[in-house]
Design a binder for this molecule. Sequence first.
Ligand SMILES: [Zn+2]
Length: 147
Amino acid sequence: MARLVISRSRNARVYAAELTSGVRYLGYIPPEEAQSLINEVVRSTWWKKRSSIREVIFTYTGTKRQSGHARVEDGIGYIDLCSGLMHEGLIAHEMTHIMVDSAYDGMEDDDDHGPAFCRGEVDYYKRWLGPTSSLLLKQSFAINELL
Ligand SMILES: [Zn+2]
Protein backbone atom coordinates (compact mmCIF):
# COMPACT_ATOMS: atom_id res chain seq x y z
CA MET A 1 0.00 0.00 0.00
CA ALA A 2 1.61 3.25 -1.12
CA ARG A 3 1.10 6.80 -0.08
CA LEU A 4 -0.70 8.69 -2.79
CA VAL A 5 0.90 11.86 -4.08
CA ILE A 6 -1.18 12.39 -7.19
CA SER A 7 -3.79 14.57 -5.56
CA ARG A 8 -3.49 17.25 -2.90
CA SER A 9 -7.14 17.83 -2.12
CA ARG A 10 -8.26 15.99 0.98
CA ASN A 11 -11.52 15.15 -0.73
CA ALA A 12 -9.77 13.37 -3.61
CA ARG A 13 -7.27 11.72 -1.25
CA VAL A 14 -10.12 10.15 0.74
CA TYR A 15 -11.65 8.69 -2.45
CA ALA A 16 -8.22 7.48 -3.58
CA ALA A 17 -7.47 5.95 -0.17
CA GLU A 18 -10.79 4.07 -0.30
CA LEU A 19 -9.99 2.92 -3.81
CA THR A 20 -6.45 1.69 -3.14
CA SER A 21 -7.56 -0.09 0.05
CA GLY A 22 -9.79 -2.17 -2.21
CA VAL A 23 -12.97 -1.49 -0.23
CA ARG A 24 -14.61 1.36 -2.14
CA TYR A 25 -16.32 -0.96 -4.63
CA LEU A 26 -16.81 -3.85 -2.23
CA GLY A 27 -20.00 -5.86 -2.56
CA TYR A 28 -22.27 -5.05 -5.51
CA ILE A 29 -25.79 -4.44 -4.30
CA PRO A 30 -28.84 -4.39 -6.59
CA PRO A 31 -30.77 -1.08 -6.38
CA GLU A 32 -33.90 -2.85 -5.12
CA GLU A 33 -31.98 -4.24 -2.12
CA ALA A 34 -30.29 -1.01 -1.02
CA GLN A 35 -33.20 0.34 1.01
CA SER A 36 -33.54 -2.80 3.11
CA LEU A 37 -29.79 -2.82 3.79
CA ILE A 38 -29.98 0.81 4.91
CA ASN A 39 -33.04 0.08 7.06
CA GLU A 40 -31.20 -2.73 8.82
CA VAL A 41 -28.37 -0.34 9.71
CA VAL A 42 -30.67 2.52 10.82
CA ARG A 43 -32.75 0.20 13.04
CA SER A 44 -29.68 -1.28 14.75
CA THR A 45 -28.63 -0.40 18.29
CA TRP A 46 -25.19 0.28 16.82
CA TRP A 47 -26.56 3.11 14.62
CA LYS A 48 -28.82 4.51 17.32
CA LYS A 49 -25.80 5.00 19.57
CA ARG A 50 -24.07 7.04 16.87
CA SER A 51 -26.78 9.03 15.11
CA SER A 52 -30.06 10.76 15.90
CA ILE A 53 -31.30 10.10 12.33
CA ARG A 54 -34.04 7.45 12.40
CA GLU A 55 -34.91 7.25 8.72
CA VAL A 56 -32.71 7.20 5.62
CA ILE A 57 -34.40 7.14 2.22
CA PHE A 58 -32.54 5.64 -0.72
CA THR A 59 -33.02 6.74 -4.33
CA TYR A 60 -31.50 4.97 -7.30
CA THR A 61 -30.61 7.57 -9.92
CA GLY A 62 -29.78 5.14 -12.73
CA THR A 63 -27.32 5.97 -15.46
CA LYS A 64 -28.16 9.61 -16.16
CA ARG A 65 -25.73 11.25 -13.77
CA GLN A 66 -22.75 9.35 -12.35
CA SER A 67 -22.73 10.49 -8.77
CA GLY A 68 -23.47 9.64 -5.16
CA HIS A 69 -25.00 12.02 -2.68
CA ALA A 70 -26.03 12.14 0.98
CA ARG A 71 -28.00 14.85 2.72
CA VAL A 72 -30.16 15.42 5.79
CA GLU A 73 -33.36 17.46 5.63
CA ASP A 74 -35.72 17.92 8.58
CA GLY A 75 -34.15 15.03 10.44
CA ILE A 76 -34.43 12.56 7.55
CA GLY A 77 -31.40 11.25 5.70
CA TYR A 78 -31.36 10.88 1.92
CA ILE A 79 -28.90 8.86 -0.15
CA ASP A 80 -28.82 8.93 -3.93
CA LEU A 81 -26.61 6.53 -5.87
CA CYS A 82 -26.22 5.98 -9.60
CA SER A 83 -25.72 2.72 -11.47
CA GLY A 84 -21.91 2.72 -11.26
CA LEU A 85 -21.90 3.21 -7.49
CA MET A 86 -24.21 0.39 -6.40
CA HIS A 87 -21.79 -1.13 -3.90
CA GLU A 88 -21.91 -1.67 -0.15
CA GLY A 89 -18.69 0.34 0.11
CA LEU A 90 -20.40 3.37 -1.41
CA ILE A 91 -23.44 2.95 0.81
CA ALA A 92 -21.02 2.83 3.75
CA HIS A 93 -19.46 6.10 2.53
CA GLU A 94 -22.78 7.92 2.20
CA MET A 95 -24.17 6.46 5.45
CA THR A 96 -21.04 7.67 7.23
CA HIS A 97 -21.76 11.22 6.04
CA ILE A 98 -25.17 11.02 7.68
CA MET A 99 -23.81 9.28 10.80
CA VAL A 100 -21.04 11.80 11.49
CA ASP A 101 -23.18 14.75 10.46
CA SER A 102 -21.14 15.69 7.43
CA ALA A 103 -23.89 15.29 4.86
CA TYR A 104 -23.67 17.92 2.20
CA ASP A 105 -25.62 19.90 -0.30
CA GLY A 106 -24.21 20.15 -3.78
CA MET A 107 -20.62 19.16 -4.36
CA GLU A 108 -18.57 17.26 -1.83
CA ASP A 109 -15.56 19.15 -0.56
CA ASP A 110 -12.70 18.75 1.91
CA ASP A 111 -14.84 19.74 4.91
CA ASP A 112 -17.12 16.78 4.24
CA HIS A 113 -14.24 14.31 4.62
CA GLY A 114 -12.41 15.38 7.76
CA PRO A 115 -10.73 13.06 10.28
CA ALA A 116 -14.09 12.44 12.02
CA PHE A 117 -15.54 11.22 8.73
CA CYS A 118 -12.59 8.87 8.15
CA ARG A 119 -12.74 7.45 11.69
CA GLY A 120 -16.51 7.07 11.35
CA GLU A 121 -16.17 5.20 8.08
CA VAL A 122 -13.61 2.80 9.60
CA ASP A 123 -16.05 2.23 12.49
CA TYR A 124 -18.92 1.65 10.03
CA TYR A 125 -16.88 -0.87 8.03
CA LYS A 126 -15.91 -2.76 11.16
CA ARG A 127 -19.56 -3.33 12.08
CA TRP A 128 -21.14 -3.77 8.63
CA LEU A 129 -18.45 -4.95 6.22
CA GLY A 130 -16.12 -6.86 8.51
CA PRO A 131 -12.87 -6.37 10.43
CA THR A 132 -10.58 -7.11 7.47
CA SER A 133 -12.03 -4.43 5.20
CA SER A 134 -12.12 -2.03 8.15
CA LEU A 135 -8.43 -2.63 8.82
CA LEU A 136 -7.51 -2.17 5.14
CA LEU A 137 -9.42 1.12 5.07
CA LYS A 138 -7.85 2.29 8.32
CA GLN A 139 -4.34 1.51 7.07
CA SER A 140 -4.99 3.32 3.80
CA PHE A 141 -6.34 6.41 5.60
CA ALA A 142 -3.40 6.33 8.04
CA ILE A 143 -0.73 6.02 5.35
CA ASN A 144 -2.31 9.00 3.58
CA GLU A 145 -2.46 10.98 6.84
CA LEU A 146 -6.24 11.29 6.75
CA LEU A 147 -7.16 10.05 10.23
ZN1 LIG B 1 -18.19 11.77 0.58
